[in-house]
Design a protein around this ligand. Structure first.
Ligand code: PEP
Ligand code: MN
Length: 362
C-alpha cells in the first residue's frame, strides 16, 4: 500500500515536470456524469496531463452556483480511476484542503480571490503542514506581486515542497477586451524572481470568452510559460459557471494543435552564435540609449534651474502635449505604436520631472 502511494506521488511529480503541462476540466464539477464524461473525452484527446474541477466556487455575487461541495470529490477519484488522469481542485479554506487530501486529490491550487487574503492562505498552509501534496498558487486579483510572493512563502513555510504559479490575469474596473487584464510584465517579473517555480498560464480566466483563448495561450507559450490551465466542458453553453469561456474537450484539442510550441532554447551552436551576436548589438544599443537618456536628464535639470530662477511650474501641459504629438508622428513612420510611445514618454517625463523637482526644491 505504502509503495503504491509513493508511486502515485512520484507519477504526479513526473506529470508536473512535463513541459508543456496541460491541465483542463470544467470550471465547476456539476454532476458525476458530467465529471466522468469530461475526463473521458479529455483523456481521449491524449493531450491533457491533469484534470481540474472547481468543487467550492468563490463567486463574486451570491446566488450564482457556489460549487457542489465535498460530495463532488469522489467523482474526481472515480474519474482518475477510469482515465488515469491525476486531479486538481481549488481550495480556499483549511477544511477544504483537508477534505481534498482525504479524497486523494493529487494537487491543490489556491484561487485568485484567496491569494489576496493572508489569513486564508495561512489557514490553508496550517492545514497542509506535513502533507505531501503539490500546491499551485494563482496570482491575486489585484496586481500585487508581494501578495503573490507572500502566499508562496506561507505555503513553503508549511513544508510544501512542490509549489507552482498560475497566472490568471488581474481585475480592472470597467470593461476591457479581457475579463482579467493579463499584465504580462507582472507574470514575467514573478518568473524572474522565482526561476525555480513552474509557472503556467490560465487563458480561460484572462479571456472570459472562447474566441481569444488561442491567442492568449500562444502568447504564454511564446513567453516560455511551463504550461496551460484551460477550462473545458461537455456542454459549454450550459455550464453552471463561466459558460462563455469554456470549450469542449475536442475544441481544446484543436486549439492545442493550433499552438506553435516553442522551446526556450535549442541545441545548436549556430543558432546560439547568431543569437549571441544580435544580443550584443542590443546590449550596445541599450548602453547608448542609457547614455542619451542621461544627457536628456541633464538638459531637464538645466531647464529646472531656469524654472526655479523664474518661478515657473514644472509641468506645462501644452509642452507635454507637443512632445507626445511629435513622438506619435515620428513613431508612426518608424513602426512604434502609440501605446508604446505613451508608456515610454510617460516614464521619461516622470523621471525628468523628478530630476527637475530635485533642482527646484533644493
Ligand atoms: C477557477 O479556476 O475556476 C477560478 C475560480 O479561478 P480564479 O481563482 O482565477 O478566479
Ligand atoms: Mn472558472
Amino acid at each position: 500500500m505504502q509503495a503504491v502511494e509513493t508511486n502515485t506521488k512520484a507519477a504526479v511529480l513526473e506529470t508536473l515536470n512535463k513541459k508543456p503541462l496541460i491541465i483542463s476540466g470544467p470550471c465547476s464539477a456539476e454532476t458525476e456524469a458530467q465529471v466522468l464524461e469530461t475526463a473521458q473525452r479529455l483523456a481521449n484527446t491524449g493531450k491533457v496531463d491533469m484534470l481540474r474541477a472547481g468543487i467550492w466556487k468563490p463567486r463574486t455575487r451570491p446566488g450564482s452556483f457556489e460549487g457542489i461541495g465535498t460530495k463532488g470529490l469522489p467523482w474526481l477519484q472515480q474519474a482518475k480511476k477510469i482515465t488515469g488522469l491525476p486531479t486538481t481542485v481549488e481550495v480556499a479554506t483549511g477544511k477544504q484542503a483537508q477534505d481534498a487530501l482525504h479524497f486523494e486529490i493529487d494537487m491543490l491550487w489556491i484561487g485568485a480571490r484567496t491569494t489576496v487574503n493572508p489569513f486564508s492562505v495561512q489557514e490553508i498552509a496550517d492545514a497542509l503542514r506535513g502533507a505531501d501534496v503539490p500546491v499551485f498558487i494563482k496570482n491575486p486579483i489585484n496586481p500585487d506581486l508581494e501578495l503573490w510572493t507572500g502566499a508562496v512563502e506561507r505555503i513553503a513555510k508549511a513544508g510544501i515542497k512542490t509549489i507552482g504559479l498560475i497566472h490568471r490575469g488581474f481585475s480592472a474596473y470597467g470593461n476591457t477586451e479581457y475579463r482579467n487584464a493579463p499584465m504580462w510584465h507582472l507574470a514575467i517579473e514573478m518568473k524572474r524572481r522565482n526561476p525555480e517555480l513552474k509557472i503556467i498560464n490560465d487563458p480561460s480566466h484572462i479571456c472570459g470568452r472562447r474566441d481569444i483563448l488561442l491567442e492568449v495561450a500562444q502568447k504564454a507559450i511564446d513567453l516560455d510559460f511551463d504550461g496551460l490551465m484551460i477550462e473545458s466542458h461537455i456542454d459549454p453553453d450550459h455550464a453552471w459557471s463561466d459558460a462563455k469561456q469554456q470549450v469542449t474537450p475536442e475544441k481544446l484539442a484543436e486549439m492545442l494543435d493550433a499552438i506553435t510550441w516553442r522551446k526556450e532554447d535549442v541545441n545548436s551552436e549556430e543558432v546560439h552564435a547568431a543569437l549571441e551576436k544580435l544580443r550584443q548589438q542590443i546590449n550596445h544599443l541599450d548602453d547608448e540609449m542609457m547614455q542619451i537618456l542621461s544627457q536628456r536628464m541633464n538638459l531637464a535639470e538645466k531647464i529646472g534651474q531656469y524654472k526655479k530662477d523664474n518661478d515657473i511650474t514644472i509641468l506645462q501641459t501644452s509642452r507635454w502635449n507637443e512632445i507626445l504629438e511629435r513622438a506619435f508622428k515620428r513613431g508612426e513612420k518608424i513602426g512604434l505604436s502609440n501605446e508604446f510611445i505613451t508608456k515610454y514618454f510617460d516614464a521619461i517625463h516622470m523621471e525628468s520631472i523628478n530630476h527637475q523637482n530635485k533642482i527646484m526644491n533644493s
